[in-house]
Each structure stands twice: as C-alpha cells, then as structure tokens.
Design a binder for this molecule. Structure first.
Ligand SMILES: Nc1ncnc2c1ncn2[C@@H]1O[C@H](COP(=O)(O)OP(=O)(O)O)[C@@H](O)[C@H]1O
Ligand SMILES: [Mg+2]
Length: 199
C-alpha cells in the first residue's frame, strides 16, 4: 500500500507536491517516501484518531510535517536521531523549567512501529526570502556584497546567536541551513529540524 492510499484510508489531508515550492521537488519528495514505506496502516489510523484535523505544512529529506488545530506541528520522521534529540530537549526543558535557547519547543514524542517517530512541537514562522538568502550567505561565506546592509547584520547576528546557544547546550548545529530554521514571535531564530543535534 502506498502513502496516498494509506493516508486516504486514515482520512489524512493529502498534500500536493507543489504546495510550497514547485521548483524543489526533491526536497519535498524524500520525507514522503521514507514515511510512506515505513508507517503501518494501523499507526496511520491511530495517528488520525489522535490528531483528527491536520493540514500539510512541509517536508524534507526524512520527514513530513503537519499542523494541528492547536497550531502545533506534528512531524513524522524515519530519522531516529531526531527522536533522540527531541527527547533530549524534553529533558532539558524539564530540568531548566522552560524553553531551551536555540531550539524549537518540544511538546511530545512518540515511537511508532517500524522506526517511524512522531514529534509534536510548537509551530514557527519560516524565514522570509531575504532572511533565507542571508543565512545561506553566512553559511557559505559569500556575503561580501551584503556586508554593509543593516538587515544582513541583523540576520547574521541572530543566526550566530542561535548557533552559539545550540553549542552551549551541547548540540551540534551542522544542519542549521535556511530550511531547518524558524522564527519565534520575538524574532529570534531557532532550529526545528533536530536530526543529528545530539549524537
Ligand atoms: N516547527 C515547525 N514550524 C513550522 N514549520 C515546520 C516545523 N517543523 C517542520 N516544518 C516544515 O516542514 C518542513 C520539513 O521539516 P523538517 O524538519 O526540515 O524535515 P526533514 O527532516 O525531512 O528535513 C520544513 O521545511 C518546514 O516547512
Ligand atoms: Mg529539514
């Protein structure tokens, strides 16, 4: 059974591949294929009961993300390390009594069958085009043309603060690219894709 019929059966809302970025099919397809082949029908139905109203938000190499009625993101992933990192963040949140700077707030995690994992987290605002461009420039070092742009300085400062915060908590932000970062209501940047952060 494929992902579409599985989700249809469980009455999930079906995403369309061109929903967010029609030019980036590879980025959109990877996570669908892995979750598709590994999530059991039973789990798809259970998840549908647990989260009856989901809308598609996006997908990447390992996962697919939906938003629930409470405006939280439910991400399904086949990447064990994301589940491990999310659990680690849950423990840190408990120990420190709240949000851990640099990371999305994790609400809950669940291990499903066949090494599929569900992570419930707060929904973040994506970076806008200019912020994405500037984050890429910082990461590649190709920013000489923006060096005197005050908004570039703001973005690079926020991005470096995020990296610093992650590092301070013992995380390794090697995958902190522009599509794995979101914004809190106060404008701060945090990472929401947690793969490989604590290995
Ligand atoms: N907490 C979140 N808030 C807002 N959007 C999110 C969140 N988590 C995931 N997304 C959306 O889902 C997409 C895929 O999530 P991501 O964690 O990057 O998956 P992958 O591990 O497959 O790369 C993101 O690019 C983003 O559009
Ligand atoms: Mg990602």
């Amino acid at each position: 059974m494929n992902w579409y019929s599985k989700l249809k059966q469980a009455d999930f809302p079906l995403p369309s591949f061109d929903y967010k970025d029609p030019n980036d099919e590879d980025r959109l397809r990877g996570g669908f294929h892995s979750v598709d082949s590994d999530m059991t029908e039973e789990d798809a139905k259970k998840q549908e009961q647990k989260h009856p109203k989901l809308t598609y938000e996006g997908s990447g190499s390992y996962g697919v993300a939906f938003v629930n009625e409470g405006n939280m993101v439910i991400k399904y992933t086949t990447h064990y390390s994301e589940f491990a990192s999310a659990n680690h963040i849950l423990i840190l949140q408990e120990q420190l009594g709240g949000r851990i700077p640099g990371f999305v707030k994790v609400i809950d995690t669940e291990k499903l069958k066949n090494d599929v994992f569900a992570i419930v987290m707060e929904k973040l605002e994506p970076l806008n085009n200019k912020e994405q461009c500037f984050v890429k420039a910082v990461r590649t070092g190709a920013y000489s043309e923006f060096e005197n742009d005050p908004f570039f300085l703001e973005v690079s400062t926020k991005y470096e603060k995020m990296l610093f915060d992650i590092d301070r908590s013992g995380g390794d932000p090697w995958d902190a690219h522009r599509y794995n970062i979101g914004k809190l209501p106060n404008g701060q940047y945090v990472m929401f894709d947690l793969g490989g952060l604590f290995e």
